[in-house]
Design a protein around this ligand. Structure first.
Ligand code: F6P
Length: 358
């Protein structure tokens, strides 16, 4: 008997269901022994508290195109797993006990950075773990691409496209705040795809005067409007000099709901222009996966299924240099993949005339 546990962890994204379906299809079509599928509910909490349901192939049928996750998800930050819960429960021990109680042969975890750190911890504790790289942020080290990213780029691009027409009618400065947590992959790609004039990402701290110069330069050339894509984690050159603690304090005290509003306020003051802010927010992680993600997540799932059958554990399935591959969890855990300001995509964007406020 082969017993496989599944859990989806952290913020959701498109194609989580497609990826799990991919794993199960491989098992259904290729496993020579009987198998059982266990779905832990709401991320690691399901594994900690033994909240699971037994699943069959039917549960994975018809979910290729459905966003969200049939298992539910939650955030259990890595730093909290060694902190006993309010009843004194040791969470790591509880996860191990539930795994052994169900006699699982492996755990398939679909998650991003923090979740993969926890998966590595469980792997170090002796559990058989395989992870699949999930996140709209595309910030998982060890893979060129995460699933969910392309679908989010599509949605973010549509948001920028919609803003374009109204911006040109009114001759305003429009800021579109794009998700991506502390990295700029999503704003950078959506910004280029949506024809943004200025893109501000965390990896390239901005100087507000340079941003205003770029707006005024466009004005002189007769362009009445400016589209600025601001990463939710964008940071000014001045703030980048603060310690993490000081910056967190600054954000806490800020009267602005997010960095975009602060930037809008400064632009309005310095240029006298009308500025509007649009925050598409969680829309970017919602809805059906796009065709790219359906294919990509299915392929990742297929690779994970293959690894289960070959009993290769302790890896994240990855996509590198256009090939499917696997990376040891211990290499991935705790590392972030950021945009290199010297990378060719940034150089090309600059050649295209996009300003980064640097
Ligand atoms: O990590 C995915 C992500 O959508 C980030 O882009 C964003 O910063 C964060 O999650 C939002 O988290 P929450 O859903 O907890 O508000």
């Amino acid at each position: 008997m082969l017993r496989i546990g599944f859990l989806t962890s952290g913020g959701d994204c498109q194609a989580l269901n497609a990826a799990m379906r991919g794993v199960v299809k491989v098992i259904q079509n290729n496993c020579e022994e009987p198998y059982e599928l266990y779905g832990f509910e709401n991320g690691y909490n399901g594994l900690i508290y033994g909240k699971f349901r037994m699943l069959t192939g039917h549960d994975f049928s018809g979910i290729l195109t459905i966003g969200g996750t049939i298992l539910g998800t939650s955030r259990v930050p890595f730093k909290t797993i060694d902190v006993p819960d309010e009843n004194g429960l040791n969470k790591v021990e509880a996860m191990k006990q539930n795994y052994y109680k169900l006699q699982l042969d492996c755990l398939v975890m679909l998650g991003g950075n923090g979740s993969t750190k926890t998966a590595n911890r469980l792997s170090e504790e002796g559990l058989n773990v395989i992870t699949l790289p999930k996140t709209i942020d595309n910030d998982l080290w060890g893979t060129d691409m995460t699933f969910g990213f392309q679908s989010a780029v599509d949605i973010a691009t549509t948001a920028i496209d919609q803003i374009h027409t109204t911006a040109s009618s009114h001759g305003r400065v429009f800021i579109v705040e794009i998700m991506g947590h502390k990295v700029g992959w999503l704003p950078l790609n959506a910004g280029i795809a949506g024809g943004a004039d200025i893109i501000l990402i965390p990896e390239i701290p901005y100087d507000i005067d340079k941003v205003c110069e770029a707006i005024e330069e466009r004005d002189k050339r007769g362009s009445r409007f400016t589209i600025i894509v601001v990463a939710e984690g964008a940071i000014s050159k001045k703030d980048a000099k603060l310690s993490k603690k000081e910056y967190a304090k600054k954000l806490e005290k800020s009267k602005f709901p997010s960095v975009s509003y602060e930037i809008a306020d400064k632009i309005a003051q310095k240029t006298g222009k009308e500025v509007r802010v649009t925050v598409p927010g969680h829309v970017q992680r919602g809805g059906a996966p796009d065709p790219y993600d359906r294919v990509f997540a299915s392929r990742l799932g297929a690779e994970a299924g293959k690894m289960i059958l070959k009993k290769e554990f302790g890896y994240m399935v990855a996509y590198k240099n256009r090939e499917m591959t696997k990376v040891p969890l211990k290499e991935v855990a705790g590392k972030l993949k950021v945009v290199d300001p010297k990378s060719t995509i940034i150089k090309e964007a600059k050649l295209l005339g996009i300003k980064f406020g640097d």
